[in-house]
Design a protein around this ligand. Structure first.
Ligand code: COA
Ligand code: AMP
Length: 639
């Protein structure tokens, strides 16, 4: 049996390797095109070539209208389940299409057309998906900003994307508090050198927003008054959206997603990886502000004719650790996708899975995990309690769909807890040494993908092709550098072990320690600082800041550290979960002045710091150890 399963995956990879363009041409048949492509892949275009050049399509048409035309109009397209709002709403494909078409009409009325940008800053409400799809219908480019980011982060994205319109809501709902979005939006627009012509604001009952006369409009009123707009076919190589994500500098990178490759790759991934089809219920318990939300809450399930679930709640506390199982059972979810941190939170509160047993989980067939590496104990716990395959799969905002996975479509699921599965057909993944040589199986190195990247992956950065080349293509010519380190074992399973840069994953949220360092450095009393990601039992990693104060500062240290925590929360947002800053007399450095962040991180994790021989003064490491002693493993706080 396992041989047969293995063969189907191997055959698919071999078919793709034999004829990549033929493989991707066949995959593209799953999409409705307004004009067929001239070349499946044009190596002359862009940073490494582009897919489906010459073709034209409309992604929203592919997500909605064609399913209505095929007789799925009365099937549920999207179910909104919000324990925080105490509401559930079900939209059929016809209803969703009609709302999207009207909102597209409203946006067109505000001057938005093909190629114009629209920033969407919304909580997990159905209008967020409607807004994304309305942009797609017009050929406008959306840029969704996660609601947990603060005003300055939103401002930098508004400045970069230069949107004609911003779509937002009066508030978001977090357990125990209402997050007023509108004041954050107003502050962001004030900070941004670019000002949008108009804002559409969804008034939520929990908190109504004040409008700026002439600029702000009521989302529902404008939508209700608009005439439906037809889908606008756009070139396959044009951007569908931009999604800003943390890079190695403080400035986020605008990942561009081109329309054609995205539709093809996502459509194909639903059957090949997740093993679901039209009519199935698929639930990605993430947020539309992240790539997982873009790909697997909104676009992929709708492209495939599935029912997607949009959940405004948490894995625990809304109201209990049975929340995910309740949603899965109630809506007959076939495949669930979430971040390992969510499962850790559930396991922590309900170790015997008593809450799970309250629900009928018989329809659930598999649990997929991504966002960070799933630690084996969590994967094993979930697999044992659910009695279903638990599939860790590895991907990034840049790729838009899984680089490695288990493939339910081939009958293959990832059996090894801790591994990320095998490369998806389309990705030639190798571990490289620092000089770019391919390493033998079993040796750990820089994980890289041989160019070209498959359809669906970012062709460039927003208005920054040079930045794209520098960030991803320059280090290893002919390869895309993932920024992750790992090892490929003898079976071909890929083990992703961590980042090679300053990106950290906090509860599955990708954040830059560099950006946090910029915030700390801006504090009046701080001379120098370093932020590292320290291990955290629930969130995987949490940031830890070390600061050196300017000479002569003699204010109470606890006042300064409290200000630093507040500053990161205000400038980056609560999602950074920056709760710890420590003052040290100096930072450990090399003789050439480079801060030894890796040694600091190892110290914070309770490991030997292994400083390089070029360390300037090893005593500086002892000072760091003393400053963080109370949070080290083995102490009350660090245990
Ligand atoms: N708008 C405003 N604030 C938000 C927000 C949003 N959309 N999302 C999160 N926040 C806030 C939270 O309220 C919290 O604020 P607090 O410091 O005042 O408590 C902070 O940001 C951190 O949020 P979160 O990361 O959600 O942590 P948590 O402590 O509230 O909950 C978990 C812990 C594990 C339950 C939670 O992190 C979780 O479910 N994570 C899943 C992550 C995920 O889906 N990632 C997507 C990748 S697939
Ligand atoms: P994001 O762009 O927010 O999706 O974050 C991408 C990064 O998260 C990757 O580069 C990895 O560092 C990490 N990541 C995502 N999924 C996994 C996984 N399954 N295993 C290991 N790391 C992962």
């Amino acid at each position: 049996m396992s041989e047969i399963i293995y063969d189907r995956y191997t055959e698919a990879v071999a078919a793709w390797r034999r004829d990549p363009e033929g493989w991707w041409a066949r995959a593209a048949e799953g999409i409705s095109w307004d004009r067929p492509w001239e070349r499946v892949f044009d190596p002359e275009r862009g940073a490494y070539g582009q897919w489906y050049a010459g073709g034209q399509l409309n992604t929203a048409y592919n997500c909605l209208d064609r399913h209505v035309e095929a007789g799925r109009g009365s099937q549920a397209a999207l179910i909104w389940d919000s324990p925080l709002a105490g509401r559930q709403v079900r939209f059929t494909y016809s209803e969703l299409r009609d709302r999207v078409a009207r909102l597209a009409g409203a946006l067109a009325g505000l001057g938005v057309g093909h190629g114009d940008r629209v920033v969407i800053y919304m909580p997990m409400v159905p209008e967020a998906a409607i807004a994304m799809l309305a942009c797609a219908r017009l050929g406008a480019v959306h840029s969704v900003v996660f609601g947990g980011f603060g005003a300055p982060e939103l401002a930098s994205r508004i400045a970069d994307a230069a949107p004609k319109v911003v779509i937002s809501a009066s508030c978001g709902l977090e357990p125990g508090r209402i997050v007023a979005y509108k004041p954050l939006l107003d502050a962001a627009i004030a900070l941004s050198p670019h000002k949008p012509d108009a804002c559409l604001i969804l008034q939520r009952p929990a908190l109504r927003a004040e409008f700026v006369a002439g600029r702000d409009h009521d989302f529902e009123a404008v939508e209700a008054a608009a005439a439906p707009h037809a889908p606008v076919p756009i070139p396959a190589t044009d951007p569908l959206y931009i999604l800003f994500t943390s890079g190695t500098t403080g400035r986020p990178k605008g990942i561009v997603r081109d329309a054609g490759g995205h539709a093809v790759a996502l459509m194909q991934s639903m059957r090949m990886i997740y093993g679901v089809d039209a009519g199935d219920v698929f639930w990605a318990a993430s947020d539309v502000g992240w790539v997982v939300g873009h790909s697997y809450i909104v676009y992929a399930p709708l492209l495939a004719g599935c029912t997607t679930i949009m959940y405004e709640g948490k894995p625990v506390g809304t109201p209990d650790a049975g929340a995910f199982w309740r949603v899965a059972a109630e809506h007959r979810v076939r495949v669930l996708f979430t971040a390992p941190t969510a499962i850790r939170a559930i396991k922590q509160q309900d170790p015997d899975a008593a809450q799970m047993r309250r629900y009928d989980m018989s329809r659930l067939e598999a649990l997929f995990l991504a966002g960070e590496r799933c630690d084996p104990p969590t994967a094993i716990w979930a697999a044992e309690q659910l009695g279903k395959p638990v599939v860790d799969h590895w991907w990034q905002t840049e790729t838009g769909w899984p680089i490695t996975a288990g493939f339910r479509g081939f009958g293959l699921t990832a059996p090894k807890p801790g591994a990320g599965g095998r490369p998806s057909p389309g990705y030639d993944v190798q571990a490289l040494d620092d000089s770019g040589q391919v390493l033998p199986r079993g040796q750990s190195g820089n994980l890289a993908i041989r160019l070209p990247l498959p359809p669906g992956c970012a062709p460039t950065l927003w208005q920054n092709e040079e930045g794209f080349r520098t960030a991803y293509l320059a280090d290893f010519p002919g390869w895309y550098r993932t920024g992750d380190a790992g090892v490929i074992d003898a079976d071909g399973d890929v083990w992703v072990m961590g980042r090679t840069d300053d990106i950290i994953n906090v509860a599955g949220h990708r954040l830059s320690t560099g950006a946090m360092e910029e915030v700390l450095a801006a504090h009046q009393d701080v001379a120098e600082c370093a932020v590292v990601g320290a291990k955290d039992a629930l969130k995987g990693q949490t940031p830890l800041g070390l600061v050196v104060l300017k000479t002569g500062v003699n204010r109470p240290p606890e006042d300064i550290t409290a200000e630093l925590v507040a500053l990161v929360r205000e400038r980056i947002g609560p999602v950074a979960a920056f709760k710890e800053a420590r003052i040290v007399p100096r930072l450990p450095k090399t003789r050439s002045g480079k801060i030894l962040r890796a040694s600091i991180r190892r110290l914070a994790d309770g490991e030997p710091p292994n400083p390089p021989p070029t360390i300037d003064d090893p005593a500086a490491l002892d000072e760091v150890r003393a400053a963080i002693a109370d949070r080290l493993p083995g102490t009350d706080r660090g245990a």
